[in-house]
Design a protein around this ligand. Structure first.
Ligand code: SF4
Length: 147
């Protein structure tokens, strides 16, 4: 199968703070499959490191109240195009991110408060009919193998 994976989960230092979210569970999960690593925020032209951002009433904003919505949406659109061009079977995305979050995201208050919702890239993938898994489901064992 062909899988698209949030690049930070595979150890790429593309997180806002210059780090990554490497997960051995995710690396094991994708082993043996064709893997395409993507970071929509970097694709959108944002730097590493960069100021953290959250979805605030539908617009992606930094904690300093600067809109980075255009960059986030441009990157999500480019990453979606890659997913469609590559005809991926499944996407595995990092939890809680304003781009990649699948089930929950931060609420826009920058207080680490979670709400049900999706990041802008995860939503584009789902709207395009692509199956998406939250990395947390792999890490906590809810999903054990590629379907
Ligand atoms: S945009 Fe996605 S891939 Fe990039 S650092 Fe954030 S969670 Fe990871």
């Amino acid at each position: 199968m062909k899988l698209l994976v949030s690049a930070c989960l595979l150890g790429e230092n593309c997180k806002y703070n210059g780090g990554n979210n490497y997960s051995k569970a995710v690396a094991d999960f994708v082993k043996g499959h064709e893997v395409i690593a993507v970071c929509p925020e970097v694709l959108g032209g944002l730097s590493v490191p960069r100021t953290s951002a959250e979805l605030v009433s539908g617009t992606v904003m930094t904690a300093e109240h600067v809109s980075v919505d255009a960059e986030f949406r441009k990157g999500a659109a480019l990453a979606l195009k890659q997913a469609l061009d590559e005809q991926i079977d499944l996407a595995v995305l990092q939890s809680r991110s304003p781009s990649c979050g699948v089930n929950q995201i931060y609420d826009g208050s920058f207080t680490k408060t979670l709400i049900d919702g999706q990041g802008v890239f995860a939503k584009l993938l789902k709207d395009a009919g692509i199956k998406v898994i939250d990395a947390e489901e792999i890490i906590n064992g809810t999903v054990k193998e590629v379907m």
